[in-house]
Ligand binder design. Sequence first.
Ligand code: FAD
Length: 317
Amino acid sequence: MKVTEHIKNANGKTLFSFEIIPPKKGKNIQDLYDNIDPLMEFNPPFIDVTTSREEYIYIEKQGLLDRKITRMRPGTVGICAAIKHKYDVDTVPHVLCGGFSKEETEYLLVDCHYLGINNVMALRGDAMSHQKYFEAAKGGHMYAKDLVSQIQNLNCGQYLHDVLEVDDKSDFCIGVAGYPEKHIEAPSLQTDLKRLKEKVDAGADYVVTQMFFDNEKYFQFVEAAKKAGINVPIIPGIKPIAVKRHLQLLPQVFKIDLPEDLIQSVESCKDNKQVRQVGVEWAIQQSKELQEAGVPVLHFYSMGKSDNIKTIASALF
Ligand code: FAD
């Protein structure tokens, strides 16, 4: 079922969902299941599976470093199919512009269609670590909006080179990213909202936000989005702080602000066990307010560990 259908069928009740990251190459998928298992009692109607960009690795050979390019966490579509099969739950593979040609994207979408996966999250991806700015792959898309258009075209039976007679159209429900504190590269929140509107106009059915720690930012964003003519569900993304280093890391990587109260609570912790507890309490408080405000879904960034998400979900669902 589509994410938007799950939302509609919930009749205003807030749903629970979460995002997982594929394991590194060579790791057992059981680790992933061990983290999903404890969360299934909260009936997530869908689970997101991220996609990681390719990266350079350096292999030492006779005193010289050989540079190779690789994907350390492949398998997004395979994991989606495995989870769907094992838990009978809908899955949402994240599909990236970065590192993929349009043809490769088409093949991936065809795989999803055959597997009965009819939700996808369309994202640009970040620049590779050695690049200052994002660069499209050869024959790939530059912006998520263009990827949304490709998926939407496929839903209309239009493949890339359009030489086919199509008798079985895909019907993907398309999610896109939104940024309550604006995307790091956007010159202003208003411009970023204009870009978000373009994604929705191209065919996006719902938005999932970047993590935020101050609900006011989300409420203002939803209000501004409505004013900009964006009328699709906007799902808040919640991440519980788990280690002290998040105080620097999260603002640096995601360009988000942390509220003063949260910073002080984390700083006063003696160890990361206490930090994890503070993160859980903050996320519960945030989620309760969002739930009371009637958000369609509370979507948690699990980052591969589910114990804190389970504690939060137990307090809410
Ligand atoms: P876009 O919507 O393309 O926007 C990127 C930037 O370009 C923005 O600043 C926008 O304002 C600007 N822009 C858009 N259109 C134009 C235009 N026509 N002209 C000029 N500027 C324009 N990353 C991963 O690698 N894997 C994942 O699985 C993943 N999952 C994510 C899930 C969520 C919910 C979120 C919020 C982010 C996720 N990301 C993921 C991170 C995401 O890939 C990065 O934030 C990326 O930098 C931007 O992606 P986007 O889809 O928002 O890009």
